[in-house]
Design a protein. Structure first.
Length: 249
């Protein structure tokens, strides 16, 4: 992907979340059903968790309300969403652009790191690998990286949101395979860049980043399969209930 195109896609999403921060947050008041299985991978106790792309803090609210984490930190590119999260959650927050190579610089080591519905908004496969590698470097020994990606192509309702690249003066040849332009119609009309990351691709990305896949499953939405959840670990994994599981039926 040409760097100028990548910057255009980054700017497109930055504009979207600035304009629609509140209406976006309003659609995420309740925790996702997939969070229940995800929390099983947190260590006990989980002394600290970093939520990369925390948005309005939905995961943080869920985990803190259940006493599953002792300290919560959120990081997001949207100052507007971070402000919404601050009003609802006790924790530390960082305003960082996840497309930059220094996005996680200066942060510590965490028992767990979450990155939900974020990789799909990072244009450029090598940039997604880089972000995964960076998060892996901030995991504690036996730490877990919790990922989710939007499975819009396998959902008829969501496929209707796909727009033609010509709307933003681009073509399908200018972007990478599985890159899409998606519409938004809550509180106004907007556009977002989204990459489709399925189970095969998340496994490939994890391998490229030196991470091991522990579990993959689908959950959420009316059909129960709108999001793909992946649990990753850095380095060799040993111990009970830590083998690679796949449940995507």
């Amino acid at each position: 992907m040409d760097e100028s195109v990548r910057r255009q896609l980054v700017a497109l999403n930055r504009t979207f979340y600035r304009q629609f921060a509140q209406s976006f947050a309003d659609t995420r008041r309740e925790p996702q059903p997939g969070f229940d299985r995800l929390q099983e991978y947190l260590p006990e106790p989980c002394k600290n968790l970093l939520d990369v792309g925390c948005g309005e803090g939905r995961l943080g609210r869920f985990l803190l309300s259940r006493g599953r984490v002792e300290a919560y930190e959120g990081l997001d590119a949207s100052a507007e969403l971070i402000e919404i999260a601050r009003r609802q959650i006790e924790g530390r927050f960082w305003h960082r652009d996840l497309n930059r190579p220094d996005a996680l610089d200066g942060l510590g080591i965490y028992d767990s790191i979450a990155c939900l519905a974020v990789l799909q908004h990072i244009p450029g496969r090598e940039k997604r690998v880089r972000l995964l590698s960076q998060m892996g470097a901030h995991l504690a020994a036996r730490g877990r990286l919790l990922i989710s990606t939007w499975q819009f192509l396998t959902n008829e309702r969501q496929r209707k949101k796909i727009a033609d690249w010509s709307v933003v003066d681009l073509s399908s040849e200018a972007v990478e395979a599985n890159d899409y332009l998606m519409t938004w119609r809550k509180g106004g009309e907007g556009l977002r860049y989204v990459c489709y990351v399925d189970e095969g691709e998340i496994t490939s990305l994890a391998n490229a980043a030196g991470l091991q896949v522990l579990d993959i499953y689908r959950s959420d939405g009316r059909e129960g399969n709108l999001n793909l959840y992946s649990v990753l670990a850095a380095g060799e994994v040993t111990g009970k209930n830590e083998s690679h599981q796949v449940d995507i039926g």
